[in-house]
Design a protein around this ligand. Sequence first.
Ligand code: GLA
Length: 383
Amino acid sequence: MTHMVQLAADFTARFGGASRTFWAPGRVNLIGDHVDYCGGVVLPMPIQFGTSVAVRLRSDGCIRAASGNDPATLERDARSNAALPAGHWGRFVSGAVAVLAEIGVDVGGADVLVCGDIPGSGLSSSASLAVGLVYALSECTGHPLAPLQLAVLAQRVEHRHIGVQCGLMDQAVIALAQSGCALWFDCTDHSHRAIALGADAPAILVINTERERKLVHSTYNERLAETQSAAQCLGVPHGELARMPIAAWRDRASRIDDAAVMRRARHVVTEGDRVARAAAAIADGDWPLVGVLFNASHASLRDDFDVSCSELDTLAALCAASQACHGARMSGAGFGGSVVALVERRFVAQVAEAVAHAYQGEFGVKPRWFVAQSLGAARRTDG
Ligand code: GLA
């Protein structure tokens, strides 16, 4: 977490005066990838890194926004509909203002400073930024949002202003998570419960590929479309694909002619089943079984959903080969990003360093790693 005193001081240096400060975490998904937009259940947890946001409202209709990761300051009219160029981070700011306007919350104007410290990709820096901004602006305007509404509005920022038709997993965990816990979240009816990760749980090791992610948005939207056509062939609503019982899937799989679409569906249906088994195994403290399900999830994302890459495969295989590791898988959308592994606590630094060293030997870059800790959901940080 960027130090809030530092953030407030940076805000004063940029804009003068005082601000209110907020923070939203990033996330790592334990299991259940590419099922959230097919009505599945997911098991993500927040991480200790995220996005800090300092805000002060203005009354002149002007939005000034700056990022600790970009020296330029963005200035625009709060009610402007003119879109910023694709890929510009300022779209998150104008998008947050716009989705709040749609529910009748007029931001007027604001000075905004954001600063992110999420190490590497695949850990939802975009959802962290979107939730952080919607949260900060809604609080400052005196319109606090319920956590689920916050998640849905932040998802709308991504859908309408960034161009990614993402599910609700990332925003939900960032808005709802409890300290020390992962989140069981049902993407159909939005029911959820905290899953405590106590002292008996293994360390949640996260290792980044350090690979630049390309074509994430377009390939993501393509996969979404493939699952839609799979659902149509199978005669189930798209929003129920991830809940299809394995037996029903076996009976109907031959209805899908296209081999790639068949594999996409197989991933979604089997991943839905793995999440249910993983949640039960976690409740039983059966971490070896959770590890087996992690490994199977990785293979399915690699072979059926086609969203892995050699860097992710190598990291996952290196981790899984360690005696102290129950299992490992790519986490999140894929195409680069991070691997999550369940490692016995006392060996985690040793395993991580050995994996990082071997990976560096193969890819020439030392991957960053950390042990994930849940500090809870998005929050105010100025008291
Ligand atoms: C991204 C999306 C999520 C989810 C994951 C894959 O993180 O934002 O909604 O679909 O990919 O599980």
